[in-house]
Write a protein that binds this ligand. Sequence first.
Ligand SMILES: Nc1ncnc2c1ncn2[C@@H]1O[C@H](COP(=O)(O)OP(=O)(O)OP(=O)(O)O)[C@@H](O)[C@H]1O
Ligand SMILES: [Mg+2]
Length: 241
Amino acid sequence: MIEYRGVWKKFGDQGVIRDLSLKIETGEIFFMLGRTGAGKSVLIRMPVGLLKPDAGEVWLAGERVDNLSEDQLKGVRRKCGMIFQSPTLFDSLSVFENIAFGLRRHFNLSEQELEARVASLLQLVHLDLEVCSQLPAELSFGMQKRVSLARTIALEPKYLLYDEPTTGLDPFTARQINHLIRELKEKLGITSVVVSHDLESMRSVADRVGLLENGNFLVVAKPAEFEQSPDPFVRKFLEAC
Ligand SMILES: Nc1ncnc2c1ncn2[C@@H]1O[C@H](COP(=O)(O)OP(=O)(O)OP(=O)(O)O)[C@@H](O)[C@H]1O
Ligand SMILES: [Mg+2]
């Protein structure tokens, strides 16, 4: 599970997160919605220690993570991968080497095993083997996102945090990424937190959704219940999407 317990965060005088508590269950796909600047990216960075709360606790897989050192966080980041809006790839390395990078560092695999592993990861993200020799710049944005995802999944995380995985993608590619998030839950049991503005994606992928406003979740509900919510802010938010 991932748990926030009474979390507070401010930057200068600006309070961004105010006494927020939330428990995301193992195997769940939790969507965070909210206006721009609501604090979604701030919140999703906390379980891997990229940002620390000013007060409160953050827990991942039964371990308190907000008070860990950078060195201790390495273990947490093996368990919990983070997917950013922009693909995070090494420009000068081929797709194969990008995906193999973490595998070489963390697993003791022969070259043959490495090739098999990269091939199965590419298959998982629905990319052809031919892309192996290409450089990231030679691929479309959507393909780069999938390579980035394959690179993160290579380390066999049990948790994945996605910050706007479908923003900037065409609807077809966005749907493929959504399908993939679901598939990773079903095939590998991965627990996911997804920051998104994409209602279609929420409907097809989320188990639960939370709307962040004024530093806390205004509503946490199943997608269908969320869409039925009579709360005036939720109604306004849904109409604006
Ligand atoms: N490192 C930082 N230093 C100062 N202020 C920050 C920092 N990170 C975030 N903030 C501020 O915290 C607030 C919330 O930012 P955050 O990036 O979490 O918003 P968001 O909900 O992800 O918005 P968007 O939908 O635009 O991505 C913003 O006002 C932002 O300026
Ligand atoms: Mg953001």
